[in-house]
Write a protein that binds this ligand. Structure first.
Ligand code: ATP
Ligand code: MG
Length: 429
């Protein structure tokens, strides 16, 4: 049976291993082959005078990144990675890699992002790349476990829809028989309908599609959203839940991904409880002072404004009490001051991670707000109807998974946190 490379120790005496040839070095009478699998590295050392003929033949023929099977004796060795090496008695090329490689996996300096993404299968052989996706897998698990433990129902809603969540033009049209249809921007309307269905607490981790033309390091046209919606809760309740989810994700990674974190060389800091809260009005003032930009009340926060505020805050924080005019129609206005609403953004110092709000649950008010935004209530009939037959008060949020991973691991580009990113210029692989 094949043994994972990390588990190969001199105590085993002999072992059968399978891995990729990461590096080849020839030194006169000796040749070294560094094998790699997802658990680590192992040096195979061939002493030319002593090795069987068949081993020498195969070793001469093999190329980097080929998959090989080696059976041999395991010995201590101070110079080899992990302090041990294998001396092959059998050396079998299972799948030979062509030369030259489209991408050098052993290279310490990463190639251009585009070359890497074009050859993602090779790029992801690099421990630093695979570590990102091990962490992403762990975060998905930690977040799901949090929700299950708290009694949420995991829902899956359709990604093919007839209407935009928030109106607007950021939709990908698709050919859907005789009808017009789109890829969904957000599960927002659907998770709200499940509040009408009495599910009380739901979550969904799924794709969202945004036909945004901008090409930035924090936007993709297909992203993964962690969505939660909770009945009988207000904006303050769900901000607390959001904070708990973020901390749970960090704590899980901190505890369970020590190898990946070490490989990545990141200084993972689990955020403390009670993320500070500033109001939108305070945020605007802070940004105006530190950016010299002409920022007016009612403007959305620009990227540079977000950065300036983030620098000052220095940790995860909330921006609350947004002008009703710049938040979606479903955000609940304050009863005593309807110009502002119970919406919030949750921010990492580098960028926005989440938007959420207490939602409007009153039919008439919702119709009014839809009209206020210049949208037509008729196109939202399927969504509005449930509000006429017993809709509980509710609140929720959506967190971008890709941005969560990007900020957690201090990655320079959101594409680093996504296996097969979709942007303006990329639909393959
Ligand atoms: P931004 O203002 O940063 O473009 P947004 O306010 O348009 O984001 P929301 O509609 O509030 O985004 O979506 C909730 C979350 O989903 C965002 O905070 C972000 O983490 C994530 N998200 C939204 N759009 C994208 C995108 N195009 N690429 C990656 N993540 C996204
Ligand atoms: Mg937002």
């Amino acid at each position: 049976m094949r043994i994972p490379l990390k588990e190969v120790t001199p105590e085993l005496q002999s072992a059968e291993v399978i891995g990729w040839i990461h590096e080849i070095r020839n030194l006169g009478g000796l040749s070294f082959f560094i094998l790699r699998d997802r658990t680590g590295f192992l040096q195979a050392t061939i002493i030319k005078k002593k090795a069987p003929e068949a081993v020498l033949e195969a070793a001469k023929d093999v190329s980097r990144e080929s998959v090989v099977k080696i059976v041999g004796t395991v010995k201590e060795s101070d110079k080899a990675p992990g302090g041990r090496e294998i001396i092959p008695e059998q050396f079998e090329i299972i799948s030979k890699a062509e030369t030259p490689l489209p991408l050098d996996v052993s290279e310490k300096v990463l190639a251009e992002v585009d070359t890497r993404l074009d050859n993602r299968y090779l790029d992801a052989r690099r421990p630093k790349v695979s570590a990102v996706f091990q962490v992403r897998s762990a975060v998905t698990r930690a977040v799901s476990e949090y929700f299950y433990k708290e009694g949420y129902i995991n829902i899956t809603t359709s990604k093919i829809v007839a209407a935009a969540t928030e109106g607007g033009t950021e939709l990908f049209p698709i050919a859907y028989f005789e009808k017009e249809a789109f890829l969904n921007q957000s599960p927002q309307l659907y998770k709200q309908m499940m509040m009408a269905a009495g599910f009380e607490k739901v979550f969904e981790i799924g794709p969202i599609f945004r036909a945004e033309e901008h090409n930035t390091t924090r936007h993709l046209n297909e992203a993964t959203s962690i969505d939660a919606e909770i009945s009988f809760a207000d904006h303050n309740d769900v901000m607390k839940i959001l904070e708990d989810v973020i901390i749970a994700a960090y704590e899980y990674v901190d505890k369970n991904c020590t190898d990946a974190i070490e490989t990545l060389g990141v200084d993972l800091k689990v955020p403390g409880k009670n993320f500070p809260k500033i109001t939108y009005a305070e945020a605007i003032d802070m940004a105006a002072v530190s950016t010299n930009e002409d920022i007016k009340y009612g403007d959305d926060l620009s990227t540079s404004a977000e950065r300036a505020i983030g620098e000052e805050m220095g940790e995860h924080y909330f921006i609350t009490d947004w002008p009703t005019s710049i938040k979606p129609y479903y955000a609940m206005p304050y009863e005593d001051d309807p110009k502002i609403c119970k919406a919030f953004d949750m921010m990492h110092p580098r960028m926005e991670l989440s938007s959420g709000a207490q939602r409007i649950h009153q039919y008439d008010l919702l119709v009014e707000q839809i009209k206020q935004k210049g949208l037509s209530p008729e196109s939202f009939e399927f969504y509005l109807k449930p509000f006429r037959y017993g809709m509980p008060p509710h609140a929720g949020w959506g967190v971008g998974m890709d941005r969560l991973i990007m900020t957690m691991l201090d990655l320079p580009n959101i594409r680093e946190a996504v296996l097969f990113p979709r942007d303006r210029h990329r639909v393959t692989p």
